[in-house]
Design a protein around this ligand. Structure first.
Ligand SMILES: Cc1ncc(COP(=O)(O)O)c(C=O)c1O
Length: 395
């Protein structure tokens, strides 16, 4: 492990005044500019040096005209998928996309029709609700079930959704906000249900490089049964903390799935990648594996620290240890307070900005981002405790 890298994650490069959505939009998001922001899903760490160097080098050419897709960036991604996930992909069936959500929207519009129902699995990333609506489609919820061991899919209810006519599944793998890393058996079971009703799947795998020890990401398209019915989306954005570069890509395993997507990409003018995103993707996948290893070691400590704190100080909050990514889903329904009151306690008493469950389709839950220096996380956890103490006296 690179200890210098590990130590670098302890330092905070202040983000106020850098036009950061997480830090500079606090007043609008929480009504107070002084809250400690632990909502928006980026990390408070600078991007890896090889990425910055690649961007500088590219900028130094002075050439910023229209660019074609660089096959080298797709080759780097294909090699990464093979190395990290033992996932064989064909660069001919991959395309760059400027951000995952516009790609997801295009995929919805390409594979479905206005008025169709699309299944999503709450609690889930809020923009899934928006994308379905923006595609002129209807959300059909297939809520995850909570068991002793964590969140699982409800296959019977999934089948019921398809029986009611849903023709698309917008899938999150790993799952935001629960942090579940779906096992092969779970994916196979889900696929069987989709096959039975000829349902197409859009698999958002943006968090799939941030996997904790003991778990393994299985790309949906590594399962042959998914080839004719799925598209998957991937990106360097979460992994290397570079979401503002808007660099992501779609993978298909069957030309018949890619062709309608490409057609829709053209219709929506959703092409044209930034050279900075493309060189960043090459640098990330070819030179930043040590950075990611160090990051995961650091995030593991943060995750474990947060879980230990909740256990010791806030046992009424129910949380499962995330299997992936830097987001912690906390069920606070045992406090028996409505969401508005809880938000008031968090913001006014705790001076803490975290995301509320209703945005994810499940009130009572809150999502806290622990992708930050440890001292900031400790501060956030203390603020959470202060807020929960104050909550007892609030209506
Ligand atoms: C599951 C999921 N998909 C997509 C995104 C956003 O991706 P992009 O910024 O590339 O549109 C996020 C960001 O939090 C996410 O969690």
């Amino acid at each position: 492990m690179d200890m210098d890298l590990m130590e670098s994650f302890d330092l905070l490069v202040p983000r106020e005044g850098t036009n950061s959505i997480k830090w500079d939009n606090r007043k609008k998001a929480f009504g107070r500019s002084g809250v400690l922001p632990m909502g928006v899903a980026d990390m408070d760490f600078p991007a890896p040096k090889p990425i910055i160097d690649a961007i500088k080098k590219r900028a130094d050419t002075g050439l910023l005209g229209y660019e074609m897709e660089d096959p080298a960036s797709l080759r780097a991604a294909a090699s990464w998928q093979k190395r990290r996930n033992d996932f064989d992909v064909d660069v001919e069936l991959m395309r760059g996309v400027p951000s995952v959500m516009p790609g997801v929207l295009a995929a919805l519009m390409a594979l479905g029709n206005p008025g169709d129902s699309v299944v999503i699995q709450p609690p889930v990333y809020p923009h899934f609700y928006r994308a379905v609506k923006d595609a002129g489609m209807k959300v059909m919820e297939n809520p995850l079930l909570e068991t002793e061991d964590g969140f699982v899919m409800d296959y019977e209810d999934l089948e019921a959704c398809f029986k009611k006519g849903a023709k698309l599944l917008l899938f999150c793998s790993p799952h935001n906000p629960t942090g579940r890393v779906w096992k092969r058996e779970e994916l196979e079971k889900m696929l069987k249900v989709c096959e039975a009703y000829d349902v197409k799947i859009i698999s958002d795998e943006i968090h799939s490089d941030l996997i904790y020890e003991g778990h393994r990401h299985v790309p949906l398209l590594s399962l042959p049964d998914a080839h004719a019915r799925a598209l998957s989306f991937h990106a360097i954005s979460k992994t290397f903390n570079v979401p503002s570069l808007h660099q992501s890509y779609v993978i298909a395993k069957d030309e018949r799935m890619l062709a309608p997507f490409e057609k829709m990409q053209q219709r929506l003018h959703l092409y044209g990648l930034s050279p900075f995103g493309q060189v960043a993707q090459i640098a990330a996948y070819e030179e930043c594996e040590p950075w990611l290893d160090a990051l995961m070691a650091y995030l593991t400590r943060n995750r474990d620290r947060a879980m230990k704190f909740l256990e010791g100080h806030l046992p009424r909050i129910k949380a499962y240890t995330p299997e992936s990514t830097y987001l912690l889903w906390m069920d606070m329904s045992k406090y028996n307070k409505d969401e508005k009151t809880m938000v008031k306690a968090l913001v006014r008493e705790g001076n803490l900005g975290i995301m509320k469950g209703s945005e994810f389709g499940r009130e009572g839950g809150f999502r806290m981002n622990f992708g930050c220096p440890a001292f900031l996380l400790n501060d956030g956890l203390k603020r959470l405790e202060t807020a929960m103490k104050a909550l007892r006296h609030m209506d």
